[in-house]
Ligand binder design. Sequence first.
Ligand code: BV8
Ligand code: ZN
Length: 263
Amino acid sequence: MVVRAAEHVKPRCYNVVMADKLSHKLDEVADRLKSAERVVSLTGAGISAESGVPTFRDPDGLWEGVRPEEVATPEAFGRDSDFVWRFYLQRRSKLQAVCPNSGHNVIARWESRFPHFDLITQNVDGLHQLAGSKRIICLHGDIWIDRCTQCAFEQRATDVSESIPRCSKCDGLARPGVVWFGEQLPHGAFERAVEQSSQAQVVLVVGTSSQVYPAASLAGVAQSAGAFVVEVNPEATSLSSLADVILQGPAGEILPRLEARLG
Ligand code: BV8
Ligand code: ZN
C-alpha cells in the first residue's frame, strides 16, 4: 500500500502569525475601550521616541554615558550645577526641533472621545501639551520651567541659549523644574494619579520601562481596582508580566491602529 506523504500545510511564516496575533489583540483592546467610561493612559519617554526624542535607558539614550545620579539628583546639581544645566540645556535645544507624533495626537483626541479620559505622564518634554492634551497629570515636572533655588519663583524658559538661567525676581540660580531622584513629586500629583488609575476600566501604559517609582506602581494599583491593563511597547518591560494584554510595537503605529478600530 502506497502511503502518500502527508500534504504539508504550507507553514505560515512567523511574521504572518505574529501580525495575526497582534490584530486579534488590537480587536480585544478595542472592544474593551468601546464599552469603557473611564480610561487612563500612563506614558513614558517611549511615546516621544518617534518624534526623535531619545529615551533614557534605550541604547543611545539620554543616560548613555552619564549615570542618572550624575544628572538627575539634587546632590548632583549641588556638586556641579553647570554640568547638570548643560545636560538639560542640550535636551531643550533638541526639543525645539521636534513635534508631537501620531501617538501623542491619538491620546489628545481620546480626551473628547471617552466620557472620562486622563493622561498621566512621566515625560517633561511638553509634547503631549503641544499635541493638544489638556487633562494631564505631570508626575515628573516640566523641562521648560526654571525654578529659582533661592525664592522658588518659577518662570517658563523662553530661549535655549547656553547661558544658565537666573531668577528674574532675585537673580538667584535657577534649576530645571523637573523631579529628580529622591525628590517628592509635584504636590498632589501622585494622589490624583492614584485616584484616576483606581477608577479606570482600561489603563494603557505606553512607552515606559516601568522602572521608576512611584509612577511604575500605578498600573498595579489600577489592576487591583479592576482595570484592564494594556502595555504598548516594542520591548518587554517590568510591567509585561502584569499586563492583561501586550500590544508589541511602536506607539506611533499601535495607537492609530487601535483608534481606527474604535470607529
Ligand atoms: C520619590 C528627571 C518619594 C526628569 C527622573 C518606591 C516608591 C517610591 C520611590 C521609590 C521607590 N523605589 C525607589 C524609589 C526612588 C526613586 C526610584 O524610582 N528609583 C528607581 C531607579 C528604582 N524614585 C524617586 O526618587 C521619585 N521620588 O520617590 O519621592 C515618594 C514616595 C512615595 C510616593 C511619592 C513620592 C522621583 C522619580 C523621578 C526621577 N526623575 N528624571 C527628567 O530629566 O526627565 S526619572 C526618568 O525616568 C524620567 O523622568 C522618566 O520619566 C523616568 C521613566 O523612564 P521612562 O519614561 O520609562 O523611559 P525609559 O528610557 O526608561 O524607557 C523607555 C521605554 O520606551 C522603553 O521601555 C522602550 O522599550 C520604550 N520605547 C522605545 N521606543 C518606543 C517605546 N515605546 C513605545 N513606542 C516607541 N516608539
Ligand atoms: Zn528668585
